[in-house]
Design a protein around this ligand. Sequence first.
Ligand SMILES: NC(=O)c1ccc[n+]([C@@H]2O[C@H](COP(=O)([O-])OP(=O)(O)OC[C@H]3O[C@@H](n4cnc5c(N)ncnc54)[C@H](OP(=O)(O)O)[C@@H]3O)[C@@H](O)[C@H]2O)c1
Length: 321
Amino acid sequence: MKNLNIGIMGCAAIAERSMIPAIKEVDGWSLVAVASRTVEKANQLAVKFDCDAVVGYQKLLNRDDIDAVYMPLPTGLHYEWIIKTLQAGKHVLAEKSIAYDYNSAREMIDLARSKNLVVMEDFMFQYHSQHKFVFDLIGKGEIGEIRVFRANFGFPPLAKGNFRYDDKIGGGALLDAAGYTVRAVQFILGDDYCVKAANLKYDPETGTNIYGGAFLDNGSGISAQIGFGFDNYYQANYEIWGSKGKIIVDRAFTPKPDYSPTVIVEKQNNRKEYKMKPDNHFVGSIKEFRRAIIQLDTENHYRQVLAQSKALDDIRKLSAK
Ligand SMILES: NC(=O)c1ccc[n+]([C@@H]2O[C@H](COP(=O)([O-])OP(=O)(O)OC[C@H]3O[C@@H](n4cnc5c(N)ncnc54)[C@H](OP(=O)(O)O)[C@@H]3O)[C@@H](O)[C@H]2O)c1
């Protein structure tokens, strides 16, 4: 099996908690280095995960023993560092949301294509096996024809000073939370759909959007509604309403690797709860990144990222500030 060497750009909480352990678990990946803006953070993670410490992101890119970079930086820094990573001849897995807007997503994808490299967004929730269970139920006609899709992702306020409140580096609930719900909408509506109406609420103190909602449709008679935010009671679910029944995925976006999520199927006079097996979607994502690199198979990812970036742009445009 061809081995791929990976470096981490930024000692983010998500890298330490979830992605580096996943990288260490998957065959065919070797963790070579972690890079930080500060020597203390680089050293702390390097010792913990037994790899080199690098101070400064460009120094990571200058190394010729790295094939790919995992980039858990705030979204507003992705464009600069994804372009530099691709120019350095390395594949990149960037945290969600990968792009601030459609145009920058397009530019990153075009550069990756021209260099036969992979740029992938780490929307890990999609790789949880519970969604395959849901698609199989729909395929078997369990809930009849689909009428409406609804997804919600939101959580209570974050600590002051969190980068998600800083618009200059891509903060806001639209890029942070709505991206999940839009990506889930694409499970059902595909990549060719429109945002018909949207609402974004801005925090007067920081000027950052903190919650909102949207209505989407793809012209086939199926519509979708999303709700998102980080000034909200916790929700991370989706619901598919059909002509004969309804499927509810209770913990759609954030099931921990040891958690058994519940999928509920409701029909006339009948309600069934299915306990899903625990699954590590971070492992699923890093496996998919490897597969995409080895097979240079990216067009599906690119279609999804472009549709998602356009939808997020449209939500921004349709919402009066
Ligand atoms: N896929 C998921 O399940 C998931 C879950 C949570 C978060 N995320 C995404 O992962 C990314 C990181 O989130 P996190 O919660 O882990 O954040 P975090 O702990 O604050 O980490 C962000 C890292 O970015 C680097 N950075 C560079 N410039 C920065 C700046 N101006 N301000 C703040 N940080 C800066 C820092 O690394 P150094 O100081 O080491 O350079 C910092 O540790 C975000 O894009 C977020 O949307 C994904």
